[in-house]
Design a protein around this ligand. Structure first.
Ligand SMILES: Nc1nc2c(c(=O)[nH]1)N[C@H]1C(S)=C(S)[C@@H](COP(=O)(O)OP(=O)(O)OC[C@H]3O[C@@H](n4cnc5c(N)ncnc54)[C@H](O)[C@@H]3O)O[C@H]1N2
Ligand code: MOO
Length: 335
């Protein structure tokens, strides 16, 4: 590290502030000599940077600026820590390989929220910090090379205005024997993400009718179709068959998330068709809360995405529910 010059604080008088010890390019470790005197400190230290060295604050700022992609803004440095904030609401996307590579470098850290977190405008997403007081330019250049190759480390993808079709199954609901609870629960959830429900249809426990309702919603322009109930093992649980009969390709039936085990993910062309088990009505947070934000941010969900839900896919069933400030969905799941 560059030279550190020690000065007897009692000898520092106002005109000496302009003296050679404090010339431009030197860094005084305290701004407030008066405060130092009050505390009974006897020395003030002045850092003289050598070539190829960067002060922690400048280094922290450079690292944060490089890491920030679209929808992310940086704070001013404070003791080299620079925070990154969401400029808009949406889904946080992190390049995890690049994040690992940055944190594998000496003397710098970058710490983030979990990948695929749903964020609001102004939310803190990450913090970067430089560990020593000065850092070698070469380390920072290496960090910038890693980030340039990756494009950025983190970005916020705003939610798209998706059109949603809801198909509520169950003969007891269809025949009016019980009042529909699923429809209102799912409609409210869609509204909270800014998605528009363009169709709310009811189907009895009949796979062919369910298939027809799915195709009707697609014809009406739905981007996402949620088919509720009938996802379990009873003979009249025919929603998975209905989804298959619609011509959709089943990506995975059964998700390693609890609640959400009986979830089904399918696609008919670009239209996502989701089978939502009854837990989606009884629990505030389920597998749907993990999958839906990604769909609304424009991601196509793969079989591997569902498989990777397992680690961190067990809800702690807290009362009250603290999601997303908990471990549900934060394991390797969405890497
Ligand atoms: N023997 C087994 N039973 C269950 C299993 C299992 O593996 N073996 N899985 C359990 C899990 S996990 C879940 S989740 C649920 C999935 O239930 P379904 O999606 O099949 O839901 P239904 O059987 O259609 O309904 C359950 C319950 O909820 C009422 N319901 C359904 N839709 C509505 C609605 N729109 N409005 C109001 N109420 C509704 C329905 O009448 C039933 O009472 O299965 C577990 N069981
Ligand atoms: O395991 Mo069920 O699909 O969650 O409640």
């Amino acid at each position: 590290m560059g030279k550190i010059l020690s000065h007897d604080i009692t000898k520092i008088v106002k005109d000496e502030f302009k003296g050679p010890a404090f010339k431009k390019g030197h860094i005084i470790q305290t701004q407030d000599i008066e405060e130092f005197l009050k505390l009974g400190k006897e020395h003030v230290y002045v850092l003289e940077l050598e070539g190829g060295e960067i002060h922690e604050d400048e280094a922290g700022s450079r690292l944060a600026r490089a890491a920030a992609g679209a929808g992310v803004r940086c704070s001013q440095p404070k003791e080299s820590r620079v925070n990154l904030f969401a400029e808009c609401a949406g889904l946080l996307k992190i390049n995890l390989d690049a994040l690992d590579a940055i944190n594998d470098l000496p003397d710098v850290i970058l710490s983030t929220l979990p990948n695929h977190s749903v964020v609001k405008e102004g939310d803190m997403l990450a913090g970067t910090k430089v560990i020593p007081l000065v850092i070698k330019e070469e380390i920072l250049a290496q960090a910038e090379r890693i980030i340039n190759k990756a494009g950025n480390i983190l970005q916020v993808v705003p939610f798209l205005e998706k059109k949603v079709g809801l198909i509520v199954t169950g003969s007891e609901v269809y025949k009016g024997r019980i009042t529909d609870t699923f429809g209102p629960v799912l409609s409210e959830k869609m509204a909270s993400y800014g998605a528009t429900v363009i169709e709310l249809a009811y189907a009895p426990d009949d796979a062919q009718v369910i298939a027809e309702k799915i195709n009707h919603a697609i014809e009406k322009g739905a981007d996402i179709i949620l088919v509720s109930g009938g996802m379990s093992v009873d003979p009249d649980d025919v929603t998975p068959l209905g989804i298959r009969n619609s011509g959709a390709e089943i990506i995975k039936y059964g998700a390693p998330a609890l609640p959400g085990a009986m979830f089904l993910m399918a696609y008919k062309g670009d239209v996502a068709v989701l089978g939502i088990p009854a837990c989606g009505m009884y629990f505030r947070t389920t597998v749907l809360d993990l999958v839906l934000p990604r769909l609304l941010a424009g991601d196509r969900i793969s079989r591997r995405d569902i498989v990777k839900l397992a680690h961190g896919g067990l809800c702690r069933a807290c009362s009250p529910c603290h999601y997303p400030n908990c471990t549900f969905g934060i394991g390797d799941s969405w890497n």
